[in-house]
Design a protein around this ligand. Structure first.
Ligand SMILES: Cc1ncc(COP(=O)(O)O)c(C=O)c1O
Length: 469
């Protein structure tokens, strides 16, 4: 089979010259409106996961379309090493003004991995400029994902995504401590306070092992995304981790590429799921541009901005498409739609309903899936369902469920619903576990929530039935 004709006949035989990133040939989309996507063969799908927690207001919002068109007519591009541009300046002011004083400056990039690369370099530049050259170590967490570049794969610890590149990764500067994942890793006899104290101590021990004045910062996803599936830390955890950073003069850094910009029901996830502890530096992307444009941002506190500005005077980090006018126009329009249409209030309400339906239909008394549901968790526009097949009901049928979440994703797609399935989040080695993820647009309706849950549950039950469960 030639490189241009490989594929799955089910989704059409049109040759592809794209080197796809899925083991299967993905169907081809032709148009989209709101949360509905139409394929080239005319089939209509509901997108219940916003691509990958990206499309936070759906496709085709008239205000965003207009803003992008207007910007194309006005000015498509200037290079940020020569000229700033008015729409980027406006978006930066908007992000600073909406942070309740947490952030004093913004650097723009083109996506999440670039934002996290920017975070690493900004944190290092801060100490470089302020005379602490010895600070070269980052401490992140196991079972995390911070991007797919070599630098961010080194920083994070997603076993499957690192595997082919291990020999390229930097183990000298990037170190890892345990995840904050209570349902899996808190001891049975351990209270939540004791669990947090164990994690706090582990971080402090890592500081001491590396030399506390060599640590640049501690880095975490406020709510963990793809790796373990919408896992928030226990209350008090982030306060405890920040206290270690403060004690040794290191930075507290959050990755909100997936969980931020409203996904958890507050603009920044740390406002609701991070003990209200503002980070020194934070990455955002996905929901910033809402899928209309490719954009990410590094948000930094006034202290970090001053440390850089008062010494070097400028950010020693950049890309050709940084602060791209069209991207900034699209992102600003998306953010204004969220604010003007009161979409966080909407998604807090609809998200609570979504969670309620998931619990009733998957874990309720008559639910077929109930014996295999390990956890249903989330808030607002982000929900995860974690499965467990190491249970008597599955053993009785000889079913280990290794690819269950992926099978549900595939079945849901056949049934007209886009969701995500992941494996490998239930142990540190990344060899066990299944979870599915839903992350709908913030302007979803009650009827759409019900439809999504219907098709999701049907797909789950069909996969269970196909395996004799
Ligand atoms: C927490 C987190 N950080 C970084 C990234 C990388 O973002 P991108 O895929 O836009 O490069 C992702 C992507 O899923 C993510 O979830």
């Amino acid at each position: 089979m030639s490189a241009t004709t490989n594929g799955d006949a089910k989704y059409g035989s049109r040759p592809t010259a794209i080197l796809h990133r899925t083991p299967w040939r993905p169907p081809v989309a032709s148009s989209a409106e709101g949360i509905y996507v139409t394929l080239e063969d005319g089939k209509k799908l509901i997108d219940a996961v916003g691509g990958a927690a990206v499309s936070c207001i759906g496709n085709g919002h008239p205000k965003v379309r207009q803003a992008i068109k207007d910007q194309v007519d006005k000015m498509s591009y200037v290079y940020n090493m020569q000229l700033s541009n008015d729409i980027a300046e406006e978006l930066a002011h908007y992000l600073v003004a909406s942070s309740n004083g947490a952030f004093g400056a913004v650097g723009f990039v083109s996506g999440g991995s670039e934002a996290m690369e920017g975070v690493i370099k900004t944190a290092r530049q801060y100490f470089y400029e302020t005379g602490q050259h010895q600070r070269t170590n980052f401490i992140a967490r196991k079972l995390s994902f911070h991007g797919n570049t070599v630098g961010t794969l080194s920083l994070a610890y997603h076993p499957a995504r690192r595997a082919p590149y291990l020999s390229l990764l930097n183990e000298q500067s990037f170190h890892h401590v345990s995840p904050a994942y209570a349902v899996r890793f808190k001891g049975k006899e351990e209270s939540e306070e004791q669990y947090i104290e164990r994690l706090r101590k582990e971080l402090e021990d890592k500081f001491l092992e590396l030399g506390p004045d060599t640590v640049v910062g501690f880095v975490a996803e406020t709510v963990v995304g793809a790796t373990t599936g919408v896992v928030a830390a226990p209350k008090g955890y982030f306060k405890a981790m920040k206290s270690v950073c403060d004690k040794y003069g290191a930075l507290f850094i959050l990755d909100e590429v997936m969980c931020g910009m409203g996904r958890m029901g507050t603009l920044h996830a740390w406002e609701s799921f991070g003990d209200g502890v503002a980070p020194d530096i934070q990455a955002v992307a996905k929901g910033l541009g809402g899928g209309y444009v490719s954009i990410g941002a590094v948000l930094m506190s006034q202290r970090i901005a001053d440390g850089v500005r008062d010494n070097a005077g400028f950010w020693k980090h950049g890309h050709t498409y940084q602060a791209h006018p069209i991207a900034c126009a699209g992102a600003l329009a998306v953010q204004k739609v969220i604010e003007e249409e009161n979409l966080l209030a909407n998604i807090n309400e609809k998200g609570a309903y979504l969670g309620e339906l998931l619990r009733a239909r998957l874990a309720g008394p008559n639910a077929r899936a109930a014996p295999y549901v390990f956890d249903i968790r989330g808030a607002a526009a982000w929900w995860g369902v974690e499965w467990e097949f190491d249970v008597p009901a599955a053993a009785a049928k000889g079913y280990a469920g290794k690819t269950f979440a992926m099978d549900v994703q595939a079945r849901a797609l056949e049934n007209g619903l886009i969701i995500m399935g992941f494996t490998g989040g239930a142990n540190i080695e990344g060899t066990k576990g299944n979870h599915n993820m839903l992350s709908p647009a913030y302007n979803i309706t009650k009827e759409e929530v019900e439809k999504i849950v219907d098709v999701f549950v049907t797909s789950i039950e069909e996969v269970l039935a196909a395996n004799g469960l």
